[in-house]
Design a protein around this ligand. Structure first.
Ligand SMILES: Cc1cc2nc3c(=O)[nH]c(=O)nc-3n(C[C@H](O)[C@H](O)[C@H](O)COP(=O)(O)OP(=O)(O)OC[C@H]3O[C@@H](n4cnc5c(N)ncnc54)[C@H](O)[C@@H]3O)c2cc1C
Ligand code: SF4
Length: 335
């Protein structure tokens, strides 16, 4: 068991100061720090020796647990808001139903009571090799190789993969946030910045260990959602090996506006298939201006999966994801 320092700052500045004393967020490097929120990802990985921070900074006392309206009519969600509180918030249920549905499809009630907004944004892949320190893994130990490419890859990604890593981003919440065009707000040693969700997570490329644009010492303070689209139809559909307590094999978050039988606006994102939460501009442009019917929805799904690159065990995901998206669009349109 490795040892670590534990601090519990009272404000964001104290938390960032504590985290900034370290020079790196690289796993295994001497003196790397981690914030701990719900702990449902981090503590798991510490027990497996996958994460070995030398400093743990508890952010649960920071005043970051509120949900409030923004002056432009959108919503501000604090970093430590629990997934269950967010899913059941009346404004989320009324204006951002796709987010509520995505959160409630994830994990279990107990986990959702602990898990936080920022922790969910940063949850790590469930690739089995990543979680086993006896085996090589480029994400855990850069340069050691990716056994998943020739090994067990049934649950892994078919979009956004590289020769270095094919791991899936496992979050349901992130898929809904992508379709809702959320913004992630970060406070760091160099000040505050706002990052659109589409730019927050990185493709693996040749550096799969780097999963987001966060720098050492960066604290996520909150997430904002733009004002809701009046009359939009929203849905999150998740397909998995069993009905609950399981990660997505394929999922779809859709936000549609339909007028006179035609799609006038579409936002589409997919989960379970991408190395990051997968927004699909291809599906969106295939939908806009078209009849809101089964044929258009299938064409959009074909467009979304056009660049899919299946691995040895997960070719089934291509058709599964197409059917998932087609069904989500159909169900949303007729709701
Ligand atoms: C058995 C099981 C089943 C699950 N099933 C699902 C599922 O079906 N769908 C799904 O989407 N998820 C699922 N999850 C994952 C779960 O949603 C995540 O573990 C949870 O959202 C992480 O939130 P947390 O607050 O516990 O994060 P933590 O474990 O506290 O932190 C996770 C990471 O985020 C960092 N961090 C936390 N807060 C901040 C901050 N404010 N700023 C910067 N960094 C921060 C931490 O340093 C750490 O690296 C499952 C988890 C388990 C254990
Ligand atoms: S897919 Fe990524 S996480 Fe899984 S073994 Fe390969 S490098 Fe590691």
């Amino acid at each position: 068991m490795h040892t670590f320092e534990f601090t519990r700052p009272k404000d964001s500045a104290g938390a960032i100061r504590a985290a900034s004393q370290t020079k790196t967020t690289q796993q295994g490097a001497p003196g790397y720090a981690r914030f701990v929120a719900g702990g449902t990802t981090l503590i798991d990985l510490m027990k497996l020796n996958v994460e070995t921070p030398s400093q743990l900074i508890d952010i649960n006392r920071l005043p970051l647990a509120t949900i409030e309206g923004t002056p432009d009519g959108g919503l501000k969600i604090g970093a430590t808001v629990r997934n269950s509180d967010l899913a059941h918030h009346p404004r989320v249920q009324r204006d951002y139903a796709v987010l509520s549905q995505a959160l409630l499809s994830g994990a279990s009630a107990q986990l959702r009571n602990m898990a936080t907004t920022a922790g969910n944004l940063l949850q790590r892949t469930r690739c089995v090799y990543f979680r086993d320190t006896a085996i090589a893994c480029n994400k855990r130990e850069p340069g050691t190789g990716c056994p998943a490419i020739t090994g067990f890859n049934r649950t892994l990604a078919i979009l956004g993969t590289s020769e270095s890593c094919i791991a899936t981003n496992p979050s349901d919440m992130n898929v809904a946030l992508a379709a809702l065009e959320a913004t992630v707000h970060v406070q760091g040693p160099k000040g505050a910045r706002a990052v659109p969700i589409g730019e927050f997570h990185l493709l693996p490329g040749s550096t799969p260990q780097r999963e987001t644009v966060l720098e050492p010492g960066d604290l996520i303070t909150h997430v904002t959602l733009p004002p809701p689209i009046a009359g939009s139809k929203q849905l999150y559909l998740k397909l998995r090996d069993r009905a609950s307590y399981e990660f997505a094999l394929a999922s779809a978050a859709v936000v549609l506006t339909i007028a006179n039988g035609k799609v006038t606006r579409a936002r589409v994102a997919m989960g379970g298939v991408g190395t990051k939460p997968w927004r699909s501009p291809e599906a969106e442009s295939a939908l806009v201006g078209q009849a809101a019917d089964a044929a258009s929805f299938r064409k959009a799904a074909e467009a979304a999966l056009r660049n899919a690159k299946p691995q040895s065990e997960n070719a089934f995901k291509v058709e599964l994801a197409k059917r998932c998206l087609t069904h989500a669009l159909q169900t949303a349109a007729t709701s």
